[in-house]
Design a protein around this ligand. Sequence first.
Ligand code: ADP
Ligand code: MG
Length: 284
Amino acid sequence: MTQSSFKARCVSTSETMADQAALETKSVTLAYEQNVIAKDLSVNIPHGKFTVIVGPNGCGKSTLLRSLSRLLVPKSGEILLNGENIHSQSIREVAKKLGLLPQSAIAPDGIKVIDLVSRGRFPHQKWFQPWSEADQTAVELAMQATGVIDFAQLNVDQLSGGQRQRVWVAMALAQETSLLLLDEPTTYLDIAHQIELMDLFQDLNRIQGHTLVAVLHDLNHACRYADHLIMIKSGEIIATGSPNDIITETLIEAVFGLSCLILPDPISNTPLIIPRGRASTAAN
Ligand code: ADP
Ligand code: MG
């Protein structure tokens, strides 16, 4: 199977879902018992776009992603998936529409790469049906797209952090959902593998029509790849829109407390954020 057959398969998958609405939260309160992380939060994930969520450590990005994927029930407000309350849909129904790559996912001890990727097929399987050709094809294509097919028979714990991360992405792709939520998908990767994976996500979005939501720490990657950027601080949305429209030195200072210089990225013409840090004092 080739990269192009992977694309052809995903195009047909996304086309059948073309009239589906986006994900949204409507005035949700997200909390862990009494610890309120976000109050009255309304987030819109536009259909067919690559949305990136950024914000300081602990501001609630993973909490928001968990709520968007039905893992965390809001204390108030509602979450709509394709215009329908996500909690009125079963876990299996949601898992056919939406895949989540959690932050710091932990693989079961001793599991092989192919077996972990195969777990992405769970929502498509029925107890009375054996593993199908469609399941096999989805797993192989996902492993090819992420470059992990050569490791198929290795144990996940034998892999480097970067290779392991690509296996998790393969598992999410094998699920064949039109919506993918990715929590810090590039964190353990070297720069070349970060770009390779970000380019893969961009292809999934632009060529195959997947709606993507990624939490990223690298602001320059966020500006380069996002159609729609959401900046969060302390559980509140501070700005949303295209990076070119919203990113300013004042905004970065307000959200991250970081003094910086912003130039146009000569490759992508998106904002390039250069921290001033102590170097600016030394230069003056
Ligand atoms: P981010 O992803 O932006 O770094 P998180 O959403 O993980 O932030 O966390 C937001 C806040 O919620 C933090 O203060 C964190 O300590 C708290 N938190 C996260 N997960 C849990 C949990 N399972 N139980 C209790 N508090 C949590
Ligand atoms: Mg997080």
